[in-house]
Design a protein around this ligand. Structure first.
Ligand code: ADP
Length: 596
């Protein structure tokens, strides 16, 4: 490019110089020829026309019939200076006025035959021949004379050699000037190209760097002309482009991070149904790898839900919604086309609603359980109260008393259930604050054992305690922790046939955790499935037996909530021995949230 622009500049300058010199040269040559021609005729006019005496003398002075031509030549010789006759380029001739043959002249050649020019033939026919033509290679004037009855023609002829040598010199001069001009034009074009092309070249290099993505180079602006303005504008543009690209990059990074870590799965397909992008959540939810452009396509994954054509043109709604059962998961899918105007494709958003479904199921089950649990005592209360009303005091007093006791115990049971439900609801809504204090873990266990001793004795159980020495002070809600222990021990009492063995042991696990285990040799929970569910609300292994013993099926779920609030752990200890062992672990320092 540099070369071509440089050459163009040089060519323009050279052509300019050549055309200028040609015009000047032509003008000069023409002017010189015109001037010379003009001067010739002015000279002739001043001698032959303006000087009337000389013309008169030519015709009359000492007219001699014999030697007329010689005499005329003689007179002309005296005026050679005025006529500019030099005998080389300009000569005069005296011709016979009838035949035109030369009789005398300023040179010996004057006697030689002359070319019959236009002016000469005019003079031979008696008229003054003074017509001029710049294109001819001579100039001439022919004047007819009558002397002594004899006709003569005075003929002055210039062969233009002077003007030709002058124009020759002029042309040489012009050619020399042209040579210099061309040299100067080459130098000038080189200088111009330096000042004009170098910045353009720098601009081009800068543009190439920007195109290659390197925005760090700033092109120097060292002039205030149009190229300087262009360079400054280019720098601004590159700067803006860089910041715009940076913004786009940031946005893309943000979107990439969002895409990578979002909980919902997203898979993008091309119009042909090939995967063009997917996030880890999508792979996890669909339970398979989703390689980009690899074997798995739209049809294999979602073809059964909606054909690709339908997903690309979903009608007025703008998307296709569907559900998919993937193993144990319930997925909700949303298939929508993107960038319809260009290449585009289909975007599938996968939302996992398994937990939602489970929660909904649990809620329904909970409501059914609550209704059922309340209906049983209510039915009892209702039927006993009705019998009492119907009998209007006709029943024996013992029976009546018995009925009233049933009504009392059933209403207590209901109150118990409602109380437990309220406790749970407080946990659920986060309104239950722990009242943390520091107390001796061993003391709390012993008081709880004492409170249960009587009941254990009533069932003939042997209640033993095995506490590691040096149990620490712990930070917890004493009342709630006692409630948990009471529940576990009373369960052990309840679900162990009379005369059983119940052992409460406690100790330290590491330096920051205390543990408590309540082991019985009762009925236990043989089924693994039941063991996994006993911390669920209203879950009871043997409903009849539980109810009979006054259980609500909420005790262990409340215990779990309390232990969770303390950031502890409650679980069944897997053992081969008969009966059930429940273990509780609590942090010594209390529920510190940073341990979560
Ligand atoms: P409930 O009020 O019915 O005792 P819990 O939530 O305390 O409710 O216990 C849930 C279920 O776990 C009980 O119904 C019972 O079937 C079972 N269970 C709890 N403790 C024991 C135990 N020590 N031995 C056998 N089964 C138990």
């Amino acid at each position: 490019m540099f070369r071509s622009l440089h050459m163009k500049l040089m060519l323009i300058m050279t052509l300019l110089i050549i055309s200028l010199m040609t015009v000047v040269g032509a003008f000069l040559v023409n002017s010189v020829s015109g001037f010379y021609l003009n001067q010739f005729y002015t000279q002739m006019q001043s001698v032959f026309q303006n000087d009337a005496d000389f013309y008169h003398d030519l015709e009359n002075a000492a007219a001699d019939e014999e030697n007329g031509a010689e005499q005329i030549a003689q007179m002309l010789r005296t005026h050679t200076g005025d006529l500019g006759v030099d005998g080389i380029t300009r000569n005069y001739y005296v011709l016979d006025g009838v035949t035109g043959s030369p009789l005398a002249g300023s040179t010996d050649a004057g006697t030689a035959a002359l070319e019959l020019t236009y002016n000469l033939s005019a003079a031979l026919s008696g008229e003054v021949g003074d017509g001029s033509d710049i294109s001819l290679d001579y100039m001439d004037v022919a004047i007819p004379l009558t002397r002594g009855g004899q006709r003569y023609v005075v003929y002055i002829r210039d062969n233009k050699q002077t003007v030709q040598s002058l124009t020759g010199q002029l042309v040489t001069l012009i050619l020399e000037a042209l040579g210099f001009g061309i040299l100067i034009s080459v130098l000038l074009s080189f200088l111009l190209s330096k000042t004009l092309i170098t910045p353009i070249e720098r601009l081009t290099e800068g543009a190439e760097e920007v195109a290659a993505g390197d925005f760090s180079q700033k092109i120097e602006v060292d002039s205030r002309d149009e190229i300087g303005v262009l360079t400054a504008t280019f720098n601004d543009m590159a700067h803006q482009l860089e910041s715009t690209l940076q913004e786009v990059e940031n946005e893309r990074n943000k979107l990439d991070t969002l895409f990578l870590h979002m909980a919902d799965g997203v898979v993008a397909f091309s119009r042909e149904g090939d995967i063009i992008q997917s996030n880890p959540a999508a792979e996890e939810k669909l339970g398979r790898a989703l390689p980009i452009g690899g074997g798995v396509g739209y049809d294999a994954l979602f073809g059964d839900i909606a054909p690709l054509e339908e997903a690309l043109e979903p009608g007025s709604q703008g998307y296709v919604a569907a559900s998919l059962e993937q193993g144990e998961r319930s997925l909700e899918l949303l298939l929508a086309p993107f960038d319809k105007d260009h290449q585009g494709g289909v975007l599938v958003v996968i939302h996992d609603v398994t937990e939602q479904h489970r929660t909904e199921e649990m809620r329904k089950e909970f409501v059914a359980n609550v209704s059922h649990e309340l209906r049983t005592p209510l039915t009892n209360i209702h039927s006993y109260a009705e019998t009492l009303v119907d009998s209007s005091g006709a029943l024996p007093q013992d029976t009546e008393q018995g009925f009233l006791n049933v009504i009392l115990s059933e209403s207590e049971r209901m109150a118990h259930i409602v109380q437990d439900l309220l406790t749970l609801s407080r946990f659920d809504s986060g309104r239950s604050e722990l009242n943390l204090t520091e107390f001796s873990f061993a003391d709390a266990i012993e008081s709880m054992i004492n409170a249960n001793l009587l009941e254990a004795q009533r069932h003939g159980h042997t209640l033993t305690t095995l506490l590691e020495p040096g149990l620490p002070q712990i930070t917890a809600d004493r009342e709630r922790v006692t409630q948990v222990m009471m529940n576990i021990v009373s369960n052990a009492i309840k679900y162990t046939p009379d005369g059983g063995q119940i052992q409460v042991s406690a100790g330290m696990a590491g330096t920051d955790t205390v543990w408590l285990e309540v082991a019985d040799n009762g009925i236990g929970i043989p089924s693994q499935a039941d063991r996994e569910r006993i911390f669920e609300r209203f879950y009871r292994v043997d409903k009849a037996r539980s109810r009979e013993s006054g259980g609500t099926g909420l005790g262990l779920s409340i215990a779990k909530e309390i232990v969770d609030q303390h950031r502890g752990d409650i679980r069944i200890v897997e053992k081969e021995t008969p009966g059930l062992t429940i273990r509780v672990e609590l942090p010594v320092e209390g529920p510190r949230h940073d341990k979560a």
